[in-house]
Design a protein around this ligand. Structure first.
Ligand code: FES
Ligand SMILES: [Fe+2]
Length: 400
């Protein structure tokens, strides 16, 4: 199994801060309780604005390097309503195209992923190469006079960075990942996500607004209550929080296991397998949660469903080894199955009930505690993203 040789310094920093918080019996907090109007989860107009501003105009993680290893590898990303073909071309670059034939709009493929040299339309066999260029147009002489050079696939801004492939689902839009990810790039680079190996994927749909489901990933206040059977090895109400990005829109958290205490009296120079004593959760705005463990990465991406009251969670889980054995893959699969059941039967069950209560109109608002900083950060960033109201202030950690 992989040891925590990646991001050693950052991991030690997290361990040191967690040990300090544990000794003080506290957690990172923000300055005040945050109130969220129920309408943020119910309002149709806001929902449509989110679909545009957050899911069409913001860089999204549309794939991971590990999902597109070889030239010709592709993945379909359709969760936003735009059918996007993410492809690795012959030169090894990641590209994103609208999965729509330039003849009469048919989808070039409906396979969720695969590998091929060209995309040939099932309707009249126009075919496109891995750079999106129209490579062949059958019966060209009969079709009429068109300039093939102008009939390539509609391309979307796309860039691969730190093992993730980002795209903005608006043709011609600017994408500035330097500022988007500022302050977090060293850490993200250090995880070497590009070395990971995909083990499996699964979806989880629930009747609830997508943000309510996303909220359930942002705090550990609920661990010893909702997940009392599974998380008793975790330290209660203790978490390390750091935000990054040009707008403070992303963050990472570290949640300690009780076993971290074992390191308290060991000199740092002798610390081993430090990451095995806590989980690290990254949030990449607006919808990607990555839980990093020494051997595994599990990704949850939450999308608005067909209505304001529906969401779709796409999950993928990876080995952090480049070439894991079948035994390791099975172990990861088993671990993920347990985790999936917990999410489905506990987190998403609560979420579905809470959403019904919000829909009943009986609750004016819900609350995020000072001890749930990532929720406040998330909703400040989402509010700013949709321009509903300016974030009142940047809320940094002020107490511990
Ligand atoms: S719609 Fe694709 S070839 Fe006609
Ligand atoms: Fe949970």
């Amino acid at each position: 199994m992989m040891k925590d040789i990646e991001n050693r310094e950052a991991i030690n920093d997290m361990a040191r801060e967690l040990l300090r918080l544990m000794a003080a019996g506290t957690t990172h907090m923000v300055d005040d309780v945050r109130r969220v109007p129920a309408g943020d989860y119910l309002d149709e107009e806001r929902f449509q604005t989110e679909r545009t501003k957050l899911f069409r105009e913001t860089p999204l993680v549309v794939a991971f390097t590990a999902e597109l290893r070889e030239p010709g590898s592709f993945k379909l990303h359709e969760e936003t309503g735009v059918s996007v073909l993410v492809v690795r071309n012959e030169q090894g670059q990641a590209k994103a195209f609208v999965n729509a034939c330039r003849h009469r709009g048919a989808k070039l493929t409906e396979e969720p992923c695969g590998k091929q040299k060209r995309f040939t339309c099932p309707y009249h066999a126009w075919s496109f190469d891995l750079n999106g260029a129209l490579a062949s147009l059958p019966a060209n002489n009969l079709f009429g006079d068109v300039d093939k050079a102008t009939l390539g696939l509609v391309e979307l801004p796309c860039e691969e960075r730190h093992g993730m492939i980002f795209a903005v689902l608006t043709p011609g839009a600017a994408m500035d990942l330097d500022s988007f990810l500022s302050g977090g790039e060293d850490l993200l680079r250090g995880w070497h996500l590009e070395r990971n190996t995909l083990v499996g994927r699964r979806d989880l749909e629930t009747r609830a607004n997508w943000k309510l489901a996303l909220d359930s990933y942002c705090e550990n206040y609920h661990f010893h209550v909702l997940h009392s059977a599974d998380f008793s090895y975790k330290v209660k109400n203790c978490a390390h929080h750091v935000r990054f990005g040009d707008k403070g829109q992303h963050w990472y958290l570290a949640w300690p296991s009780k076993s971290l205490e074992e390191l308290r009296n060991v000199p740092e120079s002798e610390w081993q397998d430090v990451h095995s004593h806590f989980s690290i959760l990254h949030f990449i705005y607006p919808n990607t949660i990555m839980a990093l463990y020494p051997e595994t990465l599990s990704v949850k991406q939450l999308y608005p469903g067909a209505s304001v009251a529906e969401q779709n969670t796409k999950m993928a889980f990876f080995s952090r080894e480049a070439d894991p054995s079948e035994e390791v893959k099975q172990l990861i699969q088993n671990r993920f199955d347990v985790f999936y059941k917990v999410l489905q039967q506990e987190d998403y069950w609560v979420c579905g009930g809470a959403y019904k209560n919000l829909e009943s109109g009986m609750l004016p608002e819900i609350l995020f505690g000072r001890n749930e900083p990532a929720l406040t950060w998330l909703h400040d960033a989402l509010d700013e993203g949709v321009g509903v109201k300016p974030a009142e202030k940047v809320r940094e950690i002020i107490a511990a």
